[in-house]
Design a protein around this ligand. Structure first.
Ligand code: BGC
Length: 752
């Protein structure tokens, strides 16, 4: 009888919840809007739930859902990867469904987005993802990826954004707002210091609190405080001895305490390792696979936050209020998103989404070297040889969880063919191919092989050019008026045996930055027979350059530029678009030059010491005056810009930086004004410069614009290593204004 009454009450309360949403939809209830949270309704619902029902809400119920409470009308939450496109459909299982209508817009990857330095694109990018996720019935989109690029070898750098926390945070804030405005929760990942894939499930990152707060946390803090993000993903790694997904300091003290995060901490897939810690230290939903003994008959009750948690609560070891807090957060997220609120229909594969993919690709591609070859003048060329495997390769698939079933993907060769015009003949040769000498491993199979990193290194050495393809390409290059070489890294390892270290992908790091599959030799040979060779490289990082760059007249870095990437590359090569991308990471010659390798450790062994501390990327290269090929923030244009009239004014706790930029060349183009801050006489070690503001301006030839950038107090602070708090040290601060970290054009001083 009692049970029956409860049920009636439950249905009543659930219906209140829904009626409120329904009336929002009709606009009849002026007091709430879609996605508005009612804490009172949440409390009433929690009061009606059994412990089992509560626990059902905080762990997986299939590969990409967490449980609901059917009795109370609470649905499952539906998740999807990923950061640059809504992933293939998996249904409830662990494999992509075949012949499923899940084609989606494939945007340029995260590092391309960051290379635009255009905040408007952050929002538009998120808006595309939000609409497509909503149309596919998703409530949480697992992006953006905002880990700091600590080493160029990290296999997932392409999913992330930058070596700089301010640039990462600035782009991610727009992304999160654009996504969540559609009623789909963003999920910033992976919190925190998840900077390598090697040993990713166990590696213990040894890092100072100062480095956490100055380098590895700020982008997460920005999406919490400046974008109001609704969920965060805990990482696989440990930090200073404790798994990040249930980390007392990271989750309880910093994220939910200091930053006031009221959303949901979702585990990475199988990153929960301990029930008690997960209950106490801030994990709100446990997702993943590791505990499934039989993928075809999954028993989700065995998850850490299922039966083991129930036992702990029932025995009194952990108070039920910890579960209530998690449930409250989950219900809050449901009310905010399409799970329990109507945000209107989504849309997918529409032209405006493809336009965003194109716009981001155009501004995210970076021109790094140009001895005058580019843009190519089509009226003067009869034959162009396009050479390289990547000119015809598709990149949306493969690479791990970020893969997308792209509606289409324009390859560089197609883009060039489409734009070359009738009077230019385009000839193509593959030049090299992904190549593995499997015979070296004929007698090593299964686990023994995958454990044998040393053997894999041998494969690195064995990898070489395909002589026949190379000769064919050289012959073509010799008779062409110009050559466009398209190469670099490839994305993904699926179906490629023994490929460790040769590609960008989840769960793998690269072994070094050497150009793979004999491309270095190929570029050298092509340069020898044709001095009009433009090199276009793909990839989530740089490559070693000393053996080919000096003789190469033009170099364009295209990252993985999305479904419209081939078109954008061609437009830049032919001058229909003036490049304006800027590097979000320093391009040094070898991975060994990076502080994570030369001072700290990478990938470590069990533990990895971040001895370089806050000196990541240009903070290290610039402070210690190390040679690099292309500095942070660098990128060329087909026009020229002049910076003038720097004015710096202090207004209370704000500093206004004003400068004029003039396009002094013959073409319209865009320039990024970068503002770096430097304390002139700090009492603690501080970098020579730190990015604290930027703005991108588009200018017609001869036009000028005044750029105003506001710096708040926080732009001048450092995290005190002993007192463990943000500190504003009085003194003189130099404001450095330039268009890369190594090209500071104007400086001024402000006193605090
Ligand atoms: C990855 C996450 C991803 C999740 C779900 C994990 O292995 O690290 O980034 O969102 O899988 O596919």
């Amino acid at each position: 009888m009692m049970k029956q009454n409860l049920c009636t009450l439950a249905i009543l309360i659930a219906s209140i919840l829904f009626v409120s949403c329904e009336s929002d939809r009709d606009g009849a209830n002026g007091s709430t809007s879609p996605g508005e949270v009612s804490e009172a309704q949440i409390d009433s619902l929690i009061a009606l739930m059994t412990l089992d029902e509560k626990l059902g809400l905080i762990h997986a119920s299939s590969s990409f859902t967490s449980g609901g409470v059917p009795r109370l009308g609470i649905p499952e939450l539906v998740f999807s990867d990923g950061p640059h496109g809504v992933r293939h459909e998996h249904g409830r299982g662990w494999h992509a469904l075949e012949d499923y209508d899940d084609e989606a817009t494939y945007l340029p990857v995260g590092i391309s987005l960051a290379s635009t330095w255009n905040r408007d694109f952050g929002y538009k990018y998120g808006e595309v993802l939000g609409n497509e996720a909503k149309e596919r019935g998703k409530n949480v989109l697992l992006g953006p990826g905002i880990n700091i690029i600590r080493s160029p070898l990290n296999g997932r750098n392409f999913e992330y954004m930058s070596e700089d926390p301010f640039l990462t945070g600035s782009m991610a804030v727009g992304y999160v707002k654009g996504l969540q405005d559609q009623g789909v929760a963003a999920n910033a990942k992976h919190y925190a210091a998840n900077n390598q894939e090697t040993d990713r499930h166990n590696i213990d990152v040894i890092v100072s609190k100062r480095a956490l707060h100055e380098i590895y946390f700020p982008a997460f803090r920005a999406v919490v405080q400046d974008a109001g993000i609704w969920s965060i993903m805990g990482a696989y790694n440990k930090i200073n001895g404790q798994y990040t997904t249930h980390h007392e300091y990271l989750n309880n003290e910093v994220l939910k305490g200091e930053w006031g995060f009221d959303g949901v901490v979702i585990s990475d897939w199988a990153s929960v390792k301990d029930t008690r810690e997960a209950l106490l230290y801030g994990t709100d939903i446990e997702m993943g696979t590791e505990l499934l003994r039989d993928f075809d008959n999954p028993v989700y009750e065995e998850f850490y936050l299922a039966n083991p948690a129930k036992e702990m609560i029932e025995s009194g070891e952990v108070d039920e209020s910890y579960v209530d807090d998690k449930v409250r957060r989950v219900l809050r997220l449901m009310q905010r998103t399409t799970a329990l609120s109507d945000h209107g229909p989504g849309k997918r594969n529409v032209e405006e989404h493809q336009q965003v993919a194109l716009d981001v690709a155009r501004e995210g591609i970076v021109l790094l070297k140009n001895d005058g070859l580019l843009p190519l003048d089509r009226s003067e060329l009869r034959t162009i040889a396009v050479i390289g495997h990547n000119a015809t390769r598709h990149f949306a698939e493969r690479g791990g969880s970020s893969q997308v079933n792209a509606l289409y993907e324009i390859t560089p060769l197609e883009g060039i063919q489409n734009l070359a015009g009738d009077d230019v003949e385009i000839v193509y040769a593959e030049g090299y191919e992904p190549y593995y000498d499997e015979s070296l491993f004929a007698d090593i199979t299964g686990d023994a092989a995958s454990q044998s990193r040393e053997n894999l290194r041998e494969v690195e050495l064995a990898r070489s050019a395909n002589e026949a393809l190379m000769q064919e390409a050289i012959a073509l290059a010799e008779r062409a008026d110009a050559v466009i070489f398209v190469g670099g890294w490839i994305k993904g390892h699926e179906g490629m045996p023994w490929g460790e270290g040769t590609y960008d992908a989840e769960a793998r790091d690269k072994l070094n930055l050497k150009l793979i599959f004999g491309q270095e030799e190929l570029i050298r040979q092509i340069n020898r027979v044709n001095d009009k060779t433009a090199v276009v490289l793909m990839g989530g990082s740089n490559v070693e350059m000393e053996n080919w760059l000096p003789d190469t007249p033009a170099y364009v870095h295209a990252w993985y530029p999305g479904m419209e990437g081939g078109r954008a590359i061609a437009e830049i090569l032919f001058g229909e678009v003036n490049p304006s991308g800027k590097l979000p990471m320093t391009f040094a010659n070898s991975h060994e030059d990076y502080p994570s390798h030369s001072i700290g450790e990478f990938p470590g062994d069990g533990t990895v010491e971040y001895t370089e501390d806050i000196y990541v990327g240009y903070r290290y290269f610039d402070t210690h005056e190390r040679d690099v090929y292309f500095p942070f923030g660098f990128g060329l244009s087909y026009t020229t810009f002049e910076f003038s009239d720097l004015n710096i004014t202090r207004q209370g706790d704000k500093v206004l930086v004003e400068t004029t930029v003039t396009n002094t060349g013959e073409r319209g183009g865009a320039e990024v004004v970068q503002v770096y801050v430097h304390h002139k006489d700090p009492s603690v070690d501080r970098p020579i410069r730190e990015l604290k503001g930027f703005d991108k301006v588009h200018l017609e030839p001869g036009a000028s614009a005044t750029v105003n950038i506001e710096l708040g107090e926080s732009a001048f602070m450092y995290y005190h290593p002993e007192e463990l708090r943000w500190t504003l040290e009085p003194g003189s601060y130099e404001i450095q204004v330039g268009n890369s970290s190594r090209d500071i054009k104007l400086t001024g001083v402000v006193e605090w």
